[in-house]
Design a protein around this ligand. Structure first.
Ligand SMILES: [Zn+2]
Length: 154
């Protein structure tokens, strides 16, 4: 982000980022750090994007680990099931199969949750529209027309 962004490269960037996430007005920040209002607005988008990417990467790593463990468990459940089948212990074989199905279902659920696109986008849009309540209302109305679900924090 921003080779050209004066705030991405600002020596007080961390402080500015903190302030941008608090309730301080752009006006106050612009004065305090001697930067323009437009650069603050521009940089806020960089900040939110980077924050979302960091959160997404963390979630992704945690989910990857969960999926890895579930795949191991799935293999174990299958082995138990096959061994039980070979020794004609059908009750245990069926339990193993049920467990395998349960694990496959859990894995699929995690994989489906790995798509954070909607959350990430709504966060970015909501933050970007904060200074423009009318535009925000227009977006919410348009989304409500298009789909049944609008997150209530919007
Ligand atoms: Zn920036």
């Amino acid at each position: 982000m921003g080779r050209k962004c004066s705030i991405c490269n600002h020596p007080s960037r961390d402080d500015i980022d903190q302030a941008l996430l608090s309730d301080q007005t752009y006006q106050a920040l612009a004065q305090q750090y001697n930067v323009s209002l437009s650069s603050l607005g521009r940089h806020k988008k960089h900040l939110l994007l980077q924050r979302n990417q960091a959160i997404q990467a963390q979630n992704q790593a945690a989910a990857d680990e969960q999926v890895r463990r579930l795949i191991d468990m799935e293999a174990a459940a299958q082995q138990i099931s096959l061994a039980a089948l070979e020794s004609e212990n059908y009750e245990l074989a069926l339990k193993g199969l049920r467990e395998t199905v349960r694990i496959i279902t859990a894995t699929a659920k995690i994989r489906a949750e790995l798509n954070p696109t909607w959350d990430t986008l709504t966060d970015i849009i909501r933050e970007a529209l904060m200074p423009f309540p009318q535009a925000r209302m227009a977006v919410v109305t348009a989304i409500k027309k298009a789909c049944d679900y609008v997150p209530n924090y919007f």
